[in-house]
Design a protein around this ligand. Structure first.
Ligand SMILES: NC(=O)c1ccc[n+]([C@@H]2O[C@H](COP(=O)([O-])OP(=O)(O)OC[C@H]3O[C@@H](n4cnc5c(N)ncnc54)[C@H](OP(=O)(O)O)[C@@H]3O)[C@@H](O)[C@H]2O)c1
Length: 329
């Protein structure tokens, strides 16, 4: 084990501004935890961009190493369920929030946060999915348990982003006809390659929706965006539709009435991947390694090292990120 290791660290300077640097850290700098893990891959999620730019309500204390995702090999374990050399996935809980995160060569965490990496997934595969994949998987798990028809219509917002891209791929794998909502003008080919059947520009979707009830079109929705897009999705659902709400890049508030619920029996389901219980995570990761195994995931992923993270963080904050950014440690 190295005495010193590389970590991406966010510092707050004397003017109160936040800046990121690659620094040297020691194992003794890490918080307590019964698993010491050599991180092989991490991935970039929206929350990391918030943490590394000092957004309010995310990370309280700086200097801090973000990274809500990590997959790697156990170097030291004092828990009977995990052994040295086991391959594990750690996502969410407090990792990368106020606990030193996955943008570093080592993490030390409680074993209650770890899931064994399924045999047929590499640690890289697991981070191509990461929190974005787990979240999309939790949405589709809810949809699958609700939908009783085969050829259903689904709509995905923020469709070129991390959660959105994997949601489109997974919905198309399970046989849905997927409409992708996007704010990007030049991403049609990308979205068709993921499995979308139809693409709607964000503004067109908003303009063509009559609130609070429009024509009922979709049976299922994955909303990674919130705000006025969620209001419009709710208006466009068919009778007995299911809407899984997981994001808020367009805003935390949305407006609706009781009508989508009392006239169309719609179901609005909240999704949380960060504190989701371990048995549910294990179920989702196992599905990703079997019936939900996604082909060509690498086509939507860019692999970078710590030195390129700053540039990708800016893109995600500007709403310009496409697909997934994987960090190789
Ligand atoms: N609930 C959970 O457990 C959970 C887990 C993971 C993520 N999330 C949340 O899900 C959201 C997406 O996360 P992510 O990691 O997928 O982020 P991401 O990769 O940055 O994707 C977000 C996408 O949303 C669209 N978008 C960006 N700004 C927008 C705006 N102002 N209005 C409407 N659409 C906008 C863009 O796609 P288009 O250009 O294609 O529209 C963008 O690529 C975030 O709010 C994140 O916090 C929640």
């Amino acid at each position: 084990m190295k005495k010193k290791f590389k970590a991406f660290v966010t510092y707050q300077n004397q003017n109160g501004d936040f800046e990121n640097k690659i620094s040297q850290k020691s194992i003794s700098d890490l918080p307590e935890g019964d698993l010491l893990i050599k991180v092989e891959y991490s991935s970039l999620n929206y929350k990391d961009a918030l943490s590394s730019s000092g957004a309010k309500g995310v990370t309280k204390f700086y200097p801090h190493t973000p990274g809500i995702d990590a997959a790697g090999i156990i170097i030291k374990s004092s828990n009977n369920h995990f052994n040295t050399n086991d391959r594990v996935i750690v996502t969410g809980f407090d990792l990368g929030m106020n606990t030193s995160g996955g943008f570093a060569e080592y993490i030390q965490v409680p074993s209650s946060w770890a899931v064994k990496c399924p045999d047929s997934l590499s640690t890289k595969d697991s981070m191509m999915l990461g929190t974005a994949g787990l979240t999309a998987g939790l949405c589709i798990e809810e949809i699958e348990s609700h939908i009783a028809i085969n050829n259903f219509r689904a709509v995905v917002s923020g469709s070129t982003g991390g959660v959105g891209s994997i949601a489109v791929k997974l919905l198309s794998l399970i046989g849905a006809k997927v409409t992708a909502i996007t704010g990007k003008k030049n991403s049609d080919q990308y979205l068709y390659d993921l499995g979308s059947s139809e693409i709607i520009q964000r503004e067109e979707f908003l303009d063509s929706t009559r609130l609070p009830l429009s024509k009922g079109v979709y049976n299922a929705a994955v909303d990674a965006v919130g705000g006025n897009i969620l209001s419009s999705i709710l208006a466009n659902m068919q009778y007995n539709g299911i809407i899984t709400a997981c994001g808020n890049v367009a805003g935390a508030n949305f407006s609706t009435t009781v009508f989508p619920f009392i006239l169309r029996k719609n179901h609005l389901i909240g999704i949380d991947s960060a504190t989701c219980p371990i048995p549910i995570r294990e179920k989702i990761w196992n599905k990703f390694s079997t019936s939900w195994k996604l082909k060509n995931l690498d086509h939507i992923c860019k692999v970078i090292d710590l030195s390129c993270l700053d540039k990708e963080i800016k893109k995600i904050l500007d709403g310009e990120q496409v697909g997934r950014i994987i960090v190789r440690l």
